[in-house]
Design a protein around this ligand. Structure first.
Ligand SMILES: NC(=O)c1ccc[n+]([C@@H]2O[C@H](COP(=O)([O-])OP(=O)(O)OC[C@H]3O[C@@H](n4cnc5c(N)ncnc54)[C@H](O)[C@@H]3O)[C@@H](O)[C@H]2O)c1
Ligand SMILES: [Zn+2]
Length: 395
């Protein structure tokens, strides 16, 4: 502890602020050559000059859309007064594998260097949240940050991960242990890209929309309930509406929530995530991020209901909605034990370690409204996990 009245004798108070802004544009079929959305997204700050670009593609997306490399090359060529392709499109393995192998980030960095990217160049990334996180991390380290233009290609990335300010990779069995805050130069949400997304991934992304509705917007929760059957089939029209509304709530939270770079310990957008991140690792990434979030949200909702915070009917509405959307509410990783304790509990310690100092976990007090707490009782978490097991067919 410092003495109460201590002041350094010679002190210069250094203070400045930097403001960030970036456009998030919605489009449909933006790789068609007459469409200027993507060229604009790269060049919007200096429309007069030619911009060197490096394109990173998600391996899963390009496998599902075999013409993708050609489409990108054709697009850049047809906008060659604005864009200059510095290297052939770079295909990065899709999914969590992109974040788990440090060699992949190194190879990407080497490719940026050999393409001679400078601080005026842009890295364009088309992919899911994992590829956006890994490529964004590499771009943010090159020359202390080259511009990044994201074209998120999953529901989750279009409504959550791909429109925000964070990058990250996994290390030492910890999700997102290494990463940066790096606001993008622009984001283009092309709803057509979602057309090839497997149903499982589309549903997983909806978990983040349920999350933001739970903590911020009871009407949106009601809308998801009213459209749950069509959403569970990933029908294009309600899916587009869900992505737009979820993205708007997310963007508003970053801009107006008062802590875009997460300096404090409150993380309302991480509702359900302390368990989710651990479950992803414990399941050996068998669970998608969004699926783990579904389980983590219900676990915390049952906890809140057991401790008298959340009314029982609200818990029931959440459990019913997740099932209707086709999301899992249980995985055997939730029952895994180490040294007599539930292994998932270590997720709380990881979360506390990540925050530093005090634990702050968001729980629900009703649908549409979160409340921060600073402790969770381990035995109640255990009981909540057992309830999920019964509800989700694990027992
Ligand atoms: N940076 C952030 O703020 C933030 C926020 C939330 C989540 N995330 C991260 O995002 C990741 C999850 O992202 P996700 O849910 O987008 O999944 P994902 O990136 O793991 O992609 C899922 C699968 O879909 C494939 N794919 C992607 N787009 C496709 C398309 N259009 N058609 C066919 N296949 C396609 C991928 O190759 C992959 O196999 C996690 O690592 C999570 O930690 C980051
Ligand atoms: Zn998430």
């Amino acid at each position: 502890m410092l003495p109460k009245d201590f002041r350094p004798t010679e002190l210069y108070e250094q203070r400045f602020s930097v403001s960030f802004d970036y456009p998030v544009v919605f489009g449909h079929g933006v790789l068609a050559t007459p469409d200027t959305t993507l060229a604009w997204a790269v060049a919007h700050r200096e429309p007069e000059r030619r911009h060197p670009v490096f394109v990173v593609l998600d391996g899963g997306l390009s496998a599902a859309r075999p013409t993708l490399v050609k489409e990108v090359e054709r697009y850049v060529k047809s906008h060659d007064r604005t864009l200059e392709l510095r290297a052939p499109p770079y295909v990065l393995v899709g999914g969590e594998a992109a974040k788990n192998d440090p060699e992949l980030v190194s190879s990407l960095l080497a490719a940026f260097v050999s393409a001679k990217l400078d601080r005026q160049a842009a890295v364009i990334v088309l992919g899911g949240g994992a590829v956006l996180d890994a490529a964004g991390y590499a771009a943010s380290m090159t020359h202390r940050g080259v511009r990044i233009v994201r074209l998120p290609s999953t529901v989750l990335a279009q409504c959550d991960g791909g429109i925000g300010v964070k990058t990250g990779v996994n290390a030492f069995s910890t999700k997102n242990l290494f990463g940066t805050f790096a606001p993008p130069h622009a984001v283009v949400n092309d709803l057509e890209l979602l057309g090839t997304l497997p149903l499982r991934d589309a549903r997983a992304g909806m978990a983040e929309a349920v999350k933001v509705a739970l903590i911020r917007d009871a009407d949106f929760f009601g809308w998801i309930e009213a459209n749950a059957d069509a959403l569970g089939r990933a029908e294009a029209e309600p899916l587009g509406a869900l992505v737009r509304r979820c993205a708007a709530l997310h963007l508003r939270h970053i801009a107006e929530g008062g802590d875009p770079f997460e300096m404090g310990s409150a993380r309302p957008l991480d509702y359900g995530h302390w368990a989710a991140h651990k479950l992803e690792i414990l399941s050996g990434h068998e669970l998608r991020h969004g699926e783990a979030v579904a389980i983590g949200m219900l676990l915390d909702a049952r906890y809140a209901e057991r401790t008298g915070l959340l009314p029982a009917p609200d818990l029931e509405r959440l459990a019913t909605l997740l099932v209707r959307l086709g999301l899992p509410i249980y995985h055997p990783a939730l029952a895994e034990k180490t040294g007599g304790r539930l292994a998932v509990i270590a997720g709380l310690e990881d979360f506390r370690e990540h925050l530093g100092g005090n634990l702050t976990v968001t729980l629900l007090e009703r649908i549409g409204r979160g409340r921060e707490v600073s402790t969770l009782d381990e035995s109640v978490v255990g009981n909540a996990a057992a309830w999920l097991s019964e509800r989700g067919g694990g027992a």
